[in-house]
Design a binder for this molecule. Structure first.
Ligand code: ADP
Ligand code: MG
Length: 648
């Protein structure tokens, strides 16, 4: 079978295969215990400990050679090896071996955690479309999804995964919008409905005209976002790494001074001071903190993805965590954008005719108001009759039909055309229509606030977000009505697309240092605003290419309340990362002090480093925002499924 597996592969740090590392660590622990407790000659003991070092160090050495050369700097691995070598030189071979064993055990544990996190994310997005049924000249041909192009037709049977984005051209069915949306949503689709890849077809056979090839389908784009997100380092991690890179050579130099120069110059015991120097190196080992910080953001991004929130990078997590202002676009973000006609006031022509004229004017517009008017028209407008179509962003549209010019848009639009509409003061959205420059009437529409929007605002208030505001191109009356319904104090109405940019600039300038502004839109015509905001977020529905490029975070459901969830998750990760940094600096600082005073020994430093790393890594795992049981649910159960499939 021609199969195209598109599976997410989270890149893992280059550590040798698990099993070998685990076997080496266990063997060396056994050797170490034997060497330590069995009374044999000192030379033999040293030999046994040396074996431990060799067993545990091969991956550290590989790492040092590859990374050390690549990063052209000292790193944490080198510190450990130097520490072990010094230990052997001063006859403290047991300590040297212990340092190495603890270090590599920590690495194995860390790798296990990272692997587990990667599996969770991989499994979440384990939508491996292998073949699709292409309809070619009426016959069904099995093809790899990569071979299908936009415009081709595919057939999807009940129970199958929809592997490419498209529009239903034939059939009716219920589908589960995929787990990419957090919780699966059951929706009915029929001719003309858009279907996203990653959905599962449930009840009927669907023929779908593909609108994007596989690389541009929703599945592939989302895989790419998550893949990229988890490989990017957070600000915290970058800072610690830079710190480590600067400090490793300094620590080695300091250790040499403490261990060699001081005893030589002051005539003190070399072995006492060398062992202090060793402890000093153990204290400066930043490996645990780096690992824990990376893991914190990794877990946060993975956990959020499970909830249908896609952070594009660890940086975005930080920005979202520090959000103090949330600005919502109105249409399609707080409201559903599905406008219903509530009244038609036509002048001198029947209402139906006015609606039909408006539908012609709006035929080519993607504005939610336009789509709703076209949908509401009694008959399907005839494309062939219209010509000379023009759209005026944030205002309206104009078209020529059978030699007549029909204009439809807001009051500003008609006024600019020199027409005086009878302005409605109502809370409805109004489209004014003119034919050949003469006012012809108005259509009043309204769209509903999303069921989840109230909770969204309430949650944001509860978490102490100072500023919550609405941007809209609609009238003050409409904006005020929505704001009141949702308990939002601040709104900016009648914004032309350019106004939104200027407004946002103003708000950004007013912010205090460190405060972040989050803008939420539906990704239609707001790319610039999304880019300008500290964190640009798009929610719901189909994310356009433009939105995916310009947004920093994507919410896969239609729920504005996911913004509050995202802030909570990000703050949590941020807090955990800070806790770990404080923990490391606090405890290590204390040990350093105790060591300088001669109270703490090398053993204390080594053990403390191991314990701290464990603590920090376990702490990092909390950033998932999931319980262990929930995490387990997302771990692969593939073995069983494969057995099931084979037995079918
Ligand atoms: P928003 O998304 O905030 O509503 P837009 O800039 O998309 O803002 O639109 C602003 C206003 O311009 C709309 O509320 C509507 O009144 C009017 N408008 C824009 N495009 C059209 C159109 N194609 N038909 C009718 N009115 C339109
Ligand atoms: Mg808009």
């Amino acid at each position: 079978m021609n199969s195209e597996k598109k599976k997410l592969k989270i890149p893992l740090p280059s550590v040798p295969p698990d099993l070998i590392a685990i076997v080496c660590v266990i063997t060396s622990v056994l050797l170490f215990v034997t060497g330590y407790y069995v009374p044999v000659a000192a030379e033999l003991k040293t030999f046994v400990f040396a074996c431990c070092v060799v067993l545990t160090s091969y991956d550290v050495i590989i790492d040092t050679v590859t990374k050390g050369i690549k990063e052209r700097a000292f790193n944490e691995n080198l510190l450990v090896i130097i520490a072990a070598v010094i230990a052997f030189l001063i006859g403290k071979s047991a300590e040297g071996a212990a340092v190495m064993i603890i270090f590599s055990a920590g690495k194995v544990a860390h790798r296990k955690y990272v692997e587990r996190s990667a599996k969770v994310i991989e499994n979440l997005i384990d939508l491996r479309p292998e073949v699709v049924n292409a309809v070619i000249n009426g016959a069904i041909v099995q093809m790899s999804p990569g071979k299908i192009k936009a415009g081709d037709t595919i057939s999807v049977s009940p129970g199958e995964l929809v592997s490419l984005d498209g529009v239903v051209i034939n059939g009716q069915s219920d589908i589960y919008a995929s787990c990419l949306e957090g919780e699966a949503m059951r929706v009915t689709v029929t001719e003309g409905s858009e279907v996203r890849s990653g959905s599962v077809n449930l009840t009927g056979v669907l023929n779908i005209r593909v609108t994007a090839d596989f690389d541009h389908s929703t599945i592939s784009r989302i895989l790419k976002i998550v893949e990229n997100a988890v490989t990017q380092k957070s600000v915290a991690e970058k800072m610690i790494r830079r710190f480590a890179r600067l400090f490793a050579p300094a620590a080695v130099a300091a250790a040499l001074i403490i261990g060699v120069a001081v005893p030589l110059l002051a005539g003190l015991s070399m072995s006492v001071w060398l062992s202090r120097a060793l402890g000093f190196l153990a204290v400066f080992n930043p490996a645990g903190l780096i690992a824990a910080t990376a893991l914190t953001y990794f877990a946060c991004i993975g956990g959020a993805a499970l909830k249908g929130i896609l952070f594009k990078s660890a940086n975005v997590v930080d920005n979202v965590a520090n959000t103090t202002s949330v600005i919502f676009d109105k249409t399609g973000t707080l409201t559903d954008g599905k406008y219903e006609i509530i009244d038609i006031n036509a002048y001198g022509i029947p209402d139906k005719r006015l609606l039909m004229l408006a539908a012609y004017a709006e035929l080519n517009s993607n504005h939610p108001i336009a789509r709703s008017i076209v949908a509401a028209a009694s008959a399907m407008p005839d494309f062939t009759r219209v010509s000379d179509y023009r759209e005026f962003a944030g205002k309206g549209a104009e078209v020529e039909i059978d030699g007549n010019v029909v204009s439809a848009g807001n009051a500003l639009f008609l006024t600019e055309l020199g027409i005086t509409p009878d302005i409605s003061q109502s809370e409805a959205s109004v489209v004014y229509i003119a034919v050949n420059g003469k006012y012809a009437g108005r259509i009043l529409l309204s769209d509903a606030v999303k069921p989840d929007a109230k909770k969204a605002v309430k949650d944001l208030h509860a978490m102490g977000i100072d500023r919550i505001a609405v941007f809209t191109g609609e009238t003050k009356e409409v904006a005020a009505a929505v704001a009141t319904q949702l308990d939002i104090k601040e709104f900016y109405a009648e914004c032309l697309p350019g106004d939104k940019i200027t407004r946002l600039k103003g708000l950004l300038e007013m912010q205090l240092a460190g405060d972040k502004l989050l803008f939420v839109g539906d990704g239609l015509d707001d790319a610039q605003v999304l880019q300008m905001a500290d964190a640009g977020v798009t929610i719901g529905g189909f994310h356009s290419d433009e939105a995916i490029l310009s947004a920093d975070m994507l919410v896969m459901t239609d729920e504005p309340s996911k913004i509050a969830s995202a802030i909570t998750l990000a703050r949590y990760a941020n807090k955990i990362s800070r806790q770990n940094i404080m923990l490391f600096f606090g405890v290590k600082g204390l040990i350093l002090l105790l060591m300088l005073l001669g109270i703490a020994t090398l053993w204390v430093a080594v053990l403390a480093d191991a314990c701290l790393t464990m603590l920090a890594v376990v702490n990092a795992m909390r950033a998932y925002g999931l319980t262990n049981k929930e995490i387990r649910q997302f771990l692969p159960k593939k073995k069983k499924e494969e057995v099931d499939m084979a037995s079918e």
